[in-house]
Design a binder for this molecule. Structure first.
Ligand SMILES: *[C@@H]1O[C@H](CO)[C@@H](O)[C@H](O)[C@H]1NC(C)=O
Length: 372
């Protein structure tokens, strides 16, 4: 009920216009910008008509204010990140998926019973995005972390989709190092999803002593995530002996950072990336062992050891396949989080007037659009 009231409040609230900051319009023509959609959106936002009369502007609006329910107790205000009452969420913020990340944050706030207790950790390549977040969510508790792409530059191998090769996709491997030591648990979220339930429920998940919690899919064909070469070499495939590996999606994870730090999982993931990339001359294991991006190293280290989380927390695959124009339906069962994983993104399909039916569920959280 409460969230329904918030949503309607959102629609009636006066919208404050946030024109993209000039720094946003001056991205290096880097490989970072691969989406033609984003290029056009930058072009629109910096459009200055020859007539001198302001033309249509595309910009992020300010979200309506959010407040804790009375039952949340006294708000911790703007005290430090170490406040034990805080729910920590990590999410990347990059030029290409900016619109998705902002919608994801918006959705979390809309549905949280205690939104003032949520703290966002934004992983970025461009720290100037901080001002955009601040204008969209003036009272948000958050911190921006610069992720140095050099950390992974030599470790990223080519994959089936170019989008999977972005350095920021690998930032999730380094959360335990980047976040303050007092942050002992974090929820990692991808940028192409919306949360439609109280995030605190996911936060309270019992990990049963495991390091990573995520919905598992034990009926998926696990073999296909690795190459023939991997499965035919006992030294490689033997990594899964003694466990029953199941596929899980790394776009929604609850991570026990204390355990991660103690066991040095970042290094273990890097080690698999080195094997794939052939880093380390004379290494007998070197060679291609998978075709996807940041996911397979996670499967190698954690599959069979994850704490299973209810499937409602990752209704994934809604992105479908843009090339074939296919739309996916929801999996049976309740829904707490909708995830447009796959190559199609709801904002791109909505903009091109060819949305999938479920894209309508993403649209209410979009803060980006024509402002006049
Ligand atoms: C699983 O995938 C592999 C590799 O793509 C294939 O060879 C195998 O037949 C599949 N197994 C099943 C049960 O579908």
């Amino acid at each position: 009920m409460l969230w329904l009231m918030r949503v309607s409040g959102f629609f009636s609230a006066a919208m404050v216009v946030i024109v993209l900051s000039p720094s946003l319009q001056s991205f290096p023509p880097a490989e970072a910008i691969r989406s033609s959609h984003f290029e056009s959106y930058l072009r629109f936002s910096s459009q200055v008509p020859a007539s001198g009369v302001p033309g249509p502007r595309f910009a992020f609006r300010q979200a309506s204010p959010f407040n804790n329910a009375a039952e949340c107790g006294a708000s911790a205000g703007d005290s430090t990140v170490c406040d034990p009452a805080i729910v920590h969420i990590a999410i990347t913020l990059d030029e290409e998926y900016l619109r998705g990340s902002i919608a994801a944050v918006h959705s979390v706030l809309q549905h949280a019973f205690c939104p003032e207790n949520v703290f966002f950790h934004f992983l970025v390549l461009d720290t100037s995005l901080e001002s955009l977040v601040r204008t969209a969510f003036p009272r948000l508790r958050f911190k921006v972390y610069y992720f140095d792409p050099e950390k992974v530059r030599g470790l990223i191998s080519t994959s089936v989709r170019q989008a999977l090769e972005q350095p920021l996709n690998y930032a999730r491997n380094y959360l335990a190092d980047m976040l303050e030591p007092c942050v002992r648990r974090v929820i990692y979220l991808d940028s192409d999803l919306v949360v439609v339930d109280d995030i605190a429920k996911l936060w309270r998940t019992d990990l049963g002593g495991r390091t990573v919690g995520a919905p598992e899919y034990c009926h998926a064909n696990f073999t296909r995530y690795f190459t023939q070469r991997f499965w035919s070499d006992p030294k490689l495939a033997g990594t899964f002996s003694g466990r029953r590996p199941c596929y899980f999606n790394t776009g929604v994870m609850v991570i026990d950072l204390d355990r991660w730090r103690m066991s040095g999982y970042t290094r273990r993931i890097e080690r698999w990336m080195e094997v794939q990339k052939g880093v380390g001359a004379g290494d007998a294991l070197s060679g291609r062992i998978y075709e996807l991006g940041s996911l397979p190293p996670f499967l190698l280290v954690f599959a069979g050891h994850v704490a299973p989380i209810e499937h409602r927390w990752n209704q994934h695959g809604l992105g479908g396949d843009n090339v074939r124009g296919s739309c996916r339906d929801l999996h049976p069962g309740p829904v707490s989080l909708l995830h447009w994983s796959g190559s199609g993104k709801p904002w791109a399909r909505l903009d091109s007037n060819r949305p999938c039916p479920l894209d309508a569920l993403w649209a209410p959280y979009d803060l980006y659009g024509r402002t006049r």
